[in-house]
Every structure is written in structure tokens, then in C-alpha cells.
Design a protein around this ligand. Structure first.
Ligand code: NI
Length: 198
């Protein structure tokens, strides 16, 4: 049997799948392209996780306030601490209005980011940060809801790093996504934006 037609069919199928995936991605309003975006309706969803004090927390616990939500991991060498720093600095610039916002960090490395580890890590960014962890299944589910990509890769020393999307989500008091920002946002820009929130 000639294998060429089979190869062509497989290639055609792959192209169709790729094109379909791309259209889905664009159609659904993928995060990460522009530095910020408005009106992304289908991103997000309910979750039930464990905070840095070992307490069960759900998305509903944050309703009534604006949430700044970021996915990352405490072992992240650069992007996560930088972005959490931007969030902390922006909130500090809001003065008394800062109490309307809650910064939330969801780990995509639950294996290492236990509540205790998160507690120690987040203390550096201020007392208001909520850190969330859970089973890998729970984390995978919420990451999927927020279209957050993450993947482990091994390092030479036998440990691992986790590649991940870097998006700050602003959720409204109803828990729905209002806007998102990437890690190039400055504290001043973000604070200005948050001040405009009613
Ligand atoms: Ni990171």
C-alpha cells in the first residue's frame, strides 16, 4: 500500500484541527495578545480551593469586592514576583480604596505550593494577598476556566520549572471578568485603571 495518501490525509486533518483551534482561540477572546482587554465574557468560572491558612475558599468568597487574580507559582524566578509586585504597588497607590480590591494568587504548582509555602511567599507582597492551592485536578480545572496554560519542564539539577501564561484578571464584584492585563503593565497604569472602576 502506498503510504503517501495516508500521510496527506493526516496532514490535512492536522491543518483542519489547527485552523479550528485558532478560530476558537480568536473567537473566544484569547488573553495575552493586547496588554489589556475589555469585554471577555466567557473566561472564568467557579472554583473551590484551599487558602494559605488551610481554609476552603470559593470564588463566591470574593464577590462584593473586585479581585485581581493571577496564576503562577512561588518557585517562579522572575515573572511571578515581578507581576505580584506590580499588583501590590498598584493597590498601595489606591489609598483607602484599596479595601475594595482583593489580590488573589492561584498556584499552578500545587505539588510544591502548599498553604504553608504560599503563606510565607505572599507575606512579601503584603497582608492582603490570598494564596490558593488545591489538588492538581482542581488547579487544572480553574486554570482551564481562565484559559491559563501551564506545563512543567525539567531543569538540569533534577528540579523543575513551570511555564505558564502571565495574565492579571480583574474580576467585578459579581465575580465576572471585567478586564485583563499582561505583565508589562506598570503599577501606575494599573492603579489608574483601578481608580476608574466604579
Ligand atoms: Ni511565573
Amino acid at each position: 500500500m502506498n503510504r503517501a495518501p495516508t500521510t496527506l490525509i493526516v496532514l490535512a486533518l492536522l491543518l483542519a484541527i489547527l485552523a479550528g483551534g485558532l478560530l476558537w482561540y480568536i473567537g473566544e477572546g484569547a488573553p495575552g495578545g493586547p496588554s489589556s482587554g475589555i469585554g471577555v465574557a466567557d473566561i472564568g468560572g467557579p472554583f473551590a480551593l484551599i487558602d494559605q491558612n488551610g481554609l476552603r475558599r470559593t470564588d463566591r468568597d470574593f464577590h462584593g469586592r473586585y479581585a485581581l487574580l493571577y496564576f503562577g507559582y512561588s518557585y517562579c524566578p522572575d515573572v511571578c514576583p515581578t507581576t505580584l509586585g506590580v499588583m501590590a504597588d498598584a493597590l498601595a497607590k489606591l489609598g483607602p480604596r484599596t479595601s475594595r480590591f482583593v489580590p488573589v494568587f492561584i498556584t499552578i504548582d500545587p505539588e510544591r505550593d502548599t498553604p504553608t509555602v504560599l503563606k510565607k511567599y505572599l507575606a512579601a507582597f503584603g497582608p492582603n494577598f490570598v494564596g490558593l492551592t488545591g489538588s492538581l485536578a482542581d488547579i487544572t480545572k480553574v486554570a482551564h476556566e481562565y484559559r491559563v496554560y501551564f506545563a512543567k519542564h525539567k531543569l538540569g539539577d533534577g528540579s523543575y520549572a513551570v511555564d505558564h501564561s502571565s495574565v492579571i484578571y480583574l474580576l467585578g464584584p459579581d465575580g465576572k471578568l471585567l478586564k485583563f492585563y499582561d505583565e508589562t503593565e506598570t503599577p501606575d497604569q494599573l492603579a489608574k485603571d483601578l481608580r476608574a472602576v466604579r
